[in-house]
Design a protein around this ligand. Structure first.
Ligand code: SF4
Length: 282
């Protein structure tokens, strides 16, 4: 039976993008190919905030400190925190998912597989999970990805057969792609991978989602969108305000909304910040 190392599993409201406001189970897998230590830092500097947290002091995610710079999901990929993320069988994960649902069965809720980077190492385990008898009424599935991982041939075949042909009545799969701009501290050539997005686009609804903190991010997002469009990307573009804290977030949400109007992009809120203060497990 397949196993996946699970950082968090919780039921909440999707705060961003196409499914904003939809009650959703979030399955956060462990591991990421990036660090995104540049978030919230002056240009060229990297955050050390998570590195200063002593992992031995924590036994659960919900007690972990929040960070205002760097990756806000740091414990979902940093090996120093791997003791918080158990390796679970697909049966155990499905039981936990169903237990998190309000009626203990799928109705209108949506499943979000997020990370870390959920398409990094676990693709071979997802068919077992998604084909489990208790998952048959799941109709809508989103992968929240950084858009750098190609789908393996085997997983591509599975998704094509089981999801894109609407075997689940009105089933749909979405790839919510957050390409990392230079504010993240990651290199452009590693972060902006149009050929990857074109593969997702053949399988399901694929959109781009950018966090914008300032004019430079807006210009870079446009440059990235142009690169994706030149390659044949046809999906929507969402822009969202920066800020792991409500204070920072509320400083630029209006200017990001105005940017969306100017460029014909879509504005997305990040409801988890005003609603839940971006806490772990929300
Ligand atoms: S890609 Fe996402 S999970 Fe990975 S380091 Fe960057 S922000 Fe964190």
């Amino acid at each position: 039976m397949s196993k996946i190392k699970i950082a968090e599993l919780f039921y909440s409201i999707q705060g961003e993008g196409r499914y904003m406001g939809v009650p959703s189970v979030f399955l956060r897998t462990f591991g990421c190919n990036f660090k995104c230590a540049g978030f919230g830092m002056p240009k060229g500097e990297l955050s050390n905030q998570a590195n200063n947290i002593d992992p031995t002091k924590y036994t659960t995610y919900k007690d972990l400190p929040l960070v205002s710079t760097g990756c806000d999901s740091y414990a979902s990929w940093d090996p120093r925190f791997k003791h918080l993320s158990p390796m679970l069988t697909s049966d155990a994960i499905v039981d936990a998912i169903v237990d998190a649902l309000p009626y203990k069965e799928w109705r209108e809720e949506h499943l979000v597989i997020t990370g870390g980077e959920p398409l990094l190492g676990w693709q071979k385990a997802y068919p077992d999970l998604l084909e489990h008898p208790k998952m048959q009424n799941l109709k809508e599935l989103t992968f929240e990805t950084n858009g750098t991982q190609l789908i393996t041939d085997e997983f591509d075949e599975y998704l094509f057969q089981e999801w894109t042909r609407y075997n689940r009545d009105y089933g749909s799969i979405t790839f919510s792609v957050s390409p990392k701009l230079s504010i993240s501290g990651e290199k452009w050539e590693e972060a902006i991978r149009p050929e990857v997005i074109l593969q997702y686009q053949l399988l399901g609804n694929t959109y781009l989602k950018f966090v914008i903190a300032n004019k430079e991010d807006a210009e870079e997002a446009e440059e990235a969108v142009n690169a994706y469009r030149r390659s044949g990307f046809i999906g929507h573009v969402y822009v969202m305000p920066c800020g792991g804290t409500e204070e920072v977030y509320s400083m630029n949400n209006r200017s990001v909304a105005e940017l969306a109007m100017k460029k014909g992009w879509r504005y997305s809120d990040r409801l988890q910040i005003p609603l839940f203060k971006n806490a772990w497990g929300t």
